[in-house]
Ligand binder design. Structure first.
Ligand SMILES: C[S@@+](CC[C@H](N)C(=O)[O-])C[C@H]1O[C@@H](n2cnc3c(N)ncnc32)[C@H](O)[C@@H]1O
Length: 274
């Protein structure tokens, strides 16, 4: 016979299970193996989020970023805690919508027309990534909870936000534009609103141990040395990491006064900035 405690555990577990299913699906649906940099037809030049990358991106990011699933799940929890009724959430550089899905799965069920409904704007400038997001998150879009926007973040108006998320996106913004973008985000937040920022950071250490460990992580995920080297070269000019100290200084300069680290896995770090 189920006791009251047993019942409540069952409900909690079902809630957790449902969330896991939703998030795992968004993280891993269409689990096409990433072989973009494996063959003779590997792209040359700078890395782009195009038609070759979009279908394999879920696999690529999970096998390239240590702690990725946990990072996405944590952002869902943080989003639910900081969400405010009737406010907006922006997922900037949303890619296929894994982070958006994690947040939506934790938000109360309101229709897009309710006054208390939270509108989530998923923004990316890469049409191929957003096409894939539209397929994966069609039910949320149809229910009016998620609005995909194909736009450059540098042209986007951000207003009335309780939460802005940049999960591994700021690192792709040209350095000169980073502070002005953070300042605009800060101005677009409601009182009590927050920015969740996760970035690959440049941590100086004598023997570059974290860089070596990151390569070891990718090797353990099945990438060949050639794939790792090709992708590293492709990202060199487009993914420009800052040091943690530079990130913190810039967040403060942008007007954030309370900055909490919530995640670190090798050189991937996340902060909640308010
Ligand atoms: C590493 S992915 C981010 C992963 C994503 N946040 C997630 O949760 O799965 C970086 C994304 O940022 C987008 N991006 C880079 N620069 C951008 C810009 N200036 N405006 C809009 N999107 C941008 C890219 O198209 C790409 O989809």
């Amino acid at each position: 016979m189920l006791t009251a405690l047993g019942c409540s555990r069952l409900v909690v577990n079902l809630d957790w299970l449902l969330w896991r299913v939703v998030v795992e699906w968004a993280l891993m649906s269409h689990p096409v193996i990433d072989q973009v940099y494996a063959g003779a037809d590997a792209p040359r030049g700078d890395f782009v989020f195009d038609e070759r990358v979009a279908p394999v991106f879920s696999d690529m990011i999970a096998r390239s970023v240590p702690g990725w699933s946990e990072l996405v799940r944590l952002i869902g929890l943080i989003g639910a805690r900081l969400a405010q009724p009737g406010a907006r959430i922006y997922d900037l550089g949303c890619s296929l919508g894994a982070t958006s899905a994690s947040i939506l799965a934790r938000l109360p069920e309101t229709a897009g027309t309710d006054a208390d409904a939270i509108q989530l704007y998923a923004v990316d400038r890469a049409p191929a990534m957003l096409d894939e997001l539209r397929l994966r998150l069609a039910p949320e879009i149809a229910r009016g909870r998620l609005q995909p926007i194909c736009a450059d973040l540098l042209d986007l108006t951000i207003a009335d936000a309780c939460l802005v998320v940049m999960n591994l996106t700021l690192q792709f913004i040209p350095p000169a534009h980073r502070l002005p973008l953070l300042q605009r985000i800060r101005r677009g937040l409601r009182p009590g609103g927050a920015l969740i920022l996760a970035e690959k950071v440049a941590i100086a250490d004598e023997d570059d141990l974290l860089t070596q460990l990151h390569a070891d992580f990718k090797t353990a995920q099945g990438y060949s040395q050639l794939e790792i080297a090709r992708k590293r070269a492709a990202l060199e000019q487009v993914l420009i990491p800052d040091s943690p100290a530079a990130q913190l200084a810039r967040l403060r300069e942008a007007g954030f006064t309370r900055i909490l680290p919530f995640f670190q896995c090798l050189s991937f770090v996340g902060w909640i900035a308010r």
